[in-house]
Unconditional design. Structure first.
Length: 94
């Protein structure tokens, strides 16, 4: 059995699968945002939580939320690819 499969089973048995996925999604969001917009962007946006397929993101301005929203489909696809599952369906700004 592969290590990845063993870890997934243990995580699910412990009941922390959702928390692990949320953490992976937030980390992936930050990585992708830096790749797309540059390192300085992290002071203006941050992934906050994942609940029922909705990634909640903090942004410093409405202009930035519009810019990220315009590329949200691409961001969502990249996040789901990085974590190897369809965890994010949409992004909500708050």
């Amino acid at each position: 059995m592969h290590l990845k499969k063993i870890l997934e089973e243990k995580i699910n048995k412990l009941g922390i699968g959702r928390q692990v996925t949320a953490s992976q999604v937030c980390d992936a969001y930050n990585k992708i945002i830096v790749e797309m917009f540059g390192k300085d962007i992290l002071k203006d946006t941050e992934a906050i939580s994942l609940k029922k397929g909705v990634l909640k993101v903090r942004v410093s301005s409405s202009a930035l939320s519009q810019e990220i929203q315009g590329r949200s489909r691409e961001i969502i696809q990249k996040i789901n690819k990085i974590i190897s599952k369809k965890a994010v369906e949409r992004i909500r700004f708050g």
